[in-house]
Design a protein around this ligand. Structure first.
Ligand code: MG
Length: 383
């Protein structure tokens, strides 16, 4: 999902100064001086004023607009609140500017609902937190999400499903694509290329010939809705793990499994509270003499289910070759966040998935209310 605040600076001004509402507001340089428009309200856009326009030109078009210098400190404070609110929707938020961010919502349908619901919820939340409108676009990758958020501004919400990509892109002017500035646009127009549909008729070789290897490839990919970049966070949480150190070394298999069960419950609960699912389960073990080992297993389906994590960690322990040796510390964790991919697995049965989800939601609720360890799963061994 790409989220973009509508006419951000001007909207903050209109929010904080009711007398500016419904009027053309231009934030940027002051008329009579050099400089450009930074942001203008939608009322000002009706006069043909837009971002980056020389302020003299804006003033010529609408002398009666309200002209304001930007108050960055105030905008930054609002931006922080927006980004924090987004962090409550998904753990993977990548701010790209003061009023724009990409949010990874993959794999969240089961938690919140259809993508359009996630979009609606996000917009609602932002309105609650900062009292401002934004536009959201949702798509299979960042390119499509961004184009979708621009599509219905202001207060837009557009979801493009994979099968809709080409129909969405085809009529678009090529200048909507990334990296197509005035110069590239002119070159494309000289080739007779005005829309993405035109662009698609050119082979990769021809585009590379005109725009260089990278530029040509970039255009070729975009015309087909292909974008390989993923949404990421800087310093985002990479794993969730818990471990337990014993006062005395433990050999008893039942005791070890009980310990792992408790740890799996904590890892699962933490992951679910952050809407994270891991593709990799790690088991960590420390033997006498501080000899420490880890074992990992990569899953086809990302998970946050205690039972799945426990069974995999337990199998890793049993296959590690250390079973039967005195254990000082044991731990488990999940990492590599992701959604789930279709596979012929028990948990792919949608009914089963729903049951599992309800079960864990209810358990998390009880744990929240009555504390840890009051309720635990009676897990069957799956080996
Ligand atoms: Mg914006």
């Amino acid at each position: 999902m790409h989220l973009d605040m509508d006419a951000f600076f001007a909207s903050v001004e209109q929010r904080d100064n009711p007398e500016y509402r419904g009027k053309p507001v231009v934030v940027g340089a002051m008329p009579g001086r050099r400089g450009v428009v930074s942001t203008c309200s939608y009322e000002a856009r009706k006069y043909g004023i837009c971002s980056a326009m020389p302020i003299s030109e804006a003033h010529r078009r609408c002398p009666d607009a309200i002209y304001l210098r930007p108050d960055m400190a105030r905008y930054v404070a609002v931006s922080k609140k927006v980004m924090l609110a987004l962090g409550e929707i998904s753990p993977v938020v990548e701010p790209v500017s003061i009023d724009e961010a990409y949010i990874d919502i993959s794999g969240m349908e089961r938690l919140i609902g259809e993508p359009v619901e996630i979009g609606r919820l996000t917009k609602l939340k932002i309105r609650e937190v900062v009292g401002l409108d934004c536009s959201a676009g949702i798509g299979p990758n960042r390119l499509i999400a961004k184009l979708a958020s621009e599509y219905q501004k202001p207060d837009g919400l557009v979801v493009i499903r994979p099968e809709q990509i080409q129909a969405f892109l085809d009529p678009m002017p090529v200048s909507n694509l990334r990296g197509v500035g005035p110069k590239a646009r002119q070159e494309l127009e000289q080739l007779g290329v005005y829309t993405v549909k035109h662009l698609k008729t050119y082979s990769l070789d021809v585009l590379r010939g005109y725009f260089g290897d990278n530029g040509g490839q970039h255009l070729y990919n975009q015309a087909r809705g292909i974008a390989l970049d993923q949404v990421g966070t800087k310093g985002g949480r990479k794993s969730i793990s818990k471990e337990s150190t014993f006062n005395e070394d433990v050999i008893d298999q039942r005791q070890l499994r009980e310990c792992l069960r408790g740890l799996a419950a904590e890892v699962g609960r933490t992951a679910r509270s952050k809407c994270l699912k891991g593709r990799v389960v790690t088991m960590k073990i420390r033997l006498d003499g501080f000899e420490t080992h880890t074992r990992q297993k990569k899953l086809r389906n990302a998970t946050s289910a205690d039972g799945v994590v426990l069974n995999i960690a337990w199998n890793l322990y049993q296959e590690s070759g250390f079973a039967g040796r005195p254990v000082r510390l044991i731990g488990l964790g999940i990492s590599e966040w992701g959604g789930s991919e279709p596979m012929g697995d028990l948990f792919d049965d949608p009914e089963e998935c729903k049951r599992e989800e309800h079960l864990y939601a209810a358990m998390d609720e009880v744990t929240k209310k009555f504390g840890r360890g009051k309720l635990s799963l009676g897990l069957k061994k799956r080996d």
